[in-house]
Design a protein around this ligand. Sequence first.
Ligand code: PLP
Length: 358
Amino acid sequence: MGRVYNFSAGPSMLPMEVLEQAAAEMTDYKGSGMSVMEMSHRSPVYDAIIKETEADFRELMNIPDNYKVLFLQGGASTQFAAIPLNLMKNGKADYVISGQFSGKAYKEAKKYGEAVCIASSEDKTFSYIPEITPDMVSEDADYVHICYNNTIFGTKFPEVPNVGDKVLVADMSSCITSEPVDVTKFGVIYAGAQKNMAPAGLTVVIIREDLLGNAREDIPTMLDYKIMADNDSMYNTPPCYAIYVAGLVYKWALKNGGLTAMKERNEKKAALLYDFLDSSKLFKATAEKRSRSMMNVCFVTGDADLDKKFCKEAAEAGFVNLKGHRSVGGMRASIYNAMPTEGVEKLVAFMKEFEKNN
Ligand SMILES: *Cc1c(COP(=O)(O)O)cnc(C)c1O
């Protein structure tokens, strides 16, 4: 089997051009006589890589100068602890629980202070995004935490919620760089890179500078944003190779029209799938219309055995990793930036054929 259409939720597809460039540079990066995996993170060659990666990311996301970009490890899950440890000055924070990951973030925050659940969509198995208004926010909350795109349930905030003058913290693991976002509306944005940006091992944090320096005294050094920022993400060895690949992905996105073009393409791909699902007699989308994710499209047939048959036959036809998250079942097509439109068109054609035969 050659290259497949890989609908994995993460780690997920990377652009073919990026893989080819990484392969071409694998054993001898730009005449250095070694691969990026083998070089010192303190070498001038690597220093140029990380600086260029940050500059390209800033350009792509239009990140203002008063925000720091941190390249960290530990996945988005480590940030569930780092956020309260760094930001809970008054020991209180609000959480919106719109899926499994935001629930985990809430549970972790409870270890370090008072975490308040101000809204949840658990009543309907997280099939929608709860409405947030400024009056719901706790007066003395240090921040409000949301998960902007819920990878497992295929929902996304239709717009940035209004939390008044509170600091908004967003887990954007599965939607970062999928469309333009106004960074100034957030205090912190964080993301595991393995969904839409890079291989696993890299976690990106974007933080407004005035939020640095408020960490608890007993915070582990490696989780202290200020220490990481003061050391340009080089307090210790950063995830060198993943940062290098992220840099290639940012250049690819910039070359292909930046986030405005990414959004246009992603909307088109998502519409292909949702329009078919809405007209299908066999398949049904599980997320409520106004909360639908452009990145993770969840659907079911209503019959677990038929779901299983669909995933099996799809995989045989070259459409792999369509099985839904182990906690929810059904199907999920993750269609990140690197998934070509053609992959979605072919999947829809396959689904139509499957519907006819079943
Ligand atoms: C995948 C994911 C996580 C967990 O990321 P890790 O890097 O595995 O810790 C957290 N939040 C969201 C929204 C995700 O999609």
